[in-house]
Ligand binder design. Sequence first.
Ligand code: UD1
Length: 370
Amino acid sequence: MKRILLSGGGTGGHIYPALAIARTVKKRYPDVEIAYIGTEQGLESRIVPKEGNIHFYTIKIQGFTRSISWKNVNTIRTFISAVKRSKEYIKEFRPDVFVGTGGFVSGPPVYAAHQMGIPTLIHEQNVVLGMTTKFLSRYVDVVAISLEESQKYLGRANRIVFTGNPRATEVVQANATLGRKSLGIADAHRPIILLFGGSRGAKAINEAVLQMVPHMKELPHVHFVYVTGEVHYDTIRSHIPLDEIPNLYVKPFIYNMPDVLAATYLVVGRAGASTLAELTALGLPSVLIPSPYVTNNHQEANARWLEEQGASKMLLESELTGDVLWREVKRLIEDTEEHHVMSEAARRLGRPQAAEVLVDELEKIAAIRP
Ligand SMILES: CC(=O)N[C@H]1[C@@H](OP(=O)(O)OP(=O)(O)OC[C@H]2O[C@@H](n3ccc(=O)[nH]c3=O)[C@H](O)[C@@H]2O)O[C@H](CO)[C@@H](O)[C@@H]1O
């Protein structure tokens, strides 16, 4: 494989699987050239250039609203010009394959690649298909799914492959020592509790964690790493007397999450699809607070699935308070037996080979290129 073009964005849940694929391809083909199509304002414009070796192209695009609306007329117009712009990029870069990992940004470029006869693969992270996957699934050569249950929604797809989420492979290959070091944690053994609300932070989780902060001193042997989300950082930081709580570390965003997760003992967070793939690949116990603001309430379904398997404890946002959360966290730190059982249950659900399986598929479709 000489050149691969990727697209995915809006949230970390779509961007990181694309980067995991890029890194796996790079390992197999060290000379491969990689480019990425995203938007200027999306999270991808901050995350992808940090990779250093990926050319970043931009298009302008907005999401469709689910209801019938005049706004969609304008969206169709931007979609058409984004397809046109994508075709120019594709012509310039001449990829062997095109990979889309979802978010509406990936719609026009994948569609353009298909029209130009470039082999295409899309990856879906959730059980219930996103709108972009639903639209693209009838055009692309391969739809790679993270969870087997997605298959039933993909009646018109050419080929469906159950790969898992490529981010799972990244976290199992990560380095816990580097993770601790990057957080400024000098010891090698004291447990790390990681608290974060998905890739953009979550107000409700932030409020509960703020209420928990005074308790953290009660467990001085534990490191609490709290990721606020970039936009919430300054406000939250101004509410926390950090010098009084030496075992608390507050960050706006973590760019080396695989290493940090590899060093983590317990996660408190949202139930986004990529987070779940990471937790299960590592066998990491968690307290999950699903976002109630997502399509079809899919995060609750995600969290419930993990809880039913004994891999996680779910708290609904409606029942979330600092006290309730603290009680759960404390219990899971103190009850090492329960922690162990949860960890084993999580690990049984993991698919650590996902990125390799997916790149095998890419090789297959690249080889049939006319
Ligand atoms: C609110 C919303 O629409 N959420 C959706 C979004 O989630 P969102 O992107 O928030 O959540 P995911 O759990 O899927 O992915 C988050 C990713 O960002 C990483 N991370 C997070 C924080 C941080 O500081 N650093 C970092 O690297 C995580 O390790 C993970 O890889 O896309 C997912 C995949 O379609 C969906 O399942 C979620 O429901």
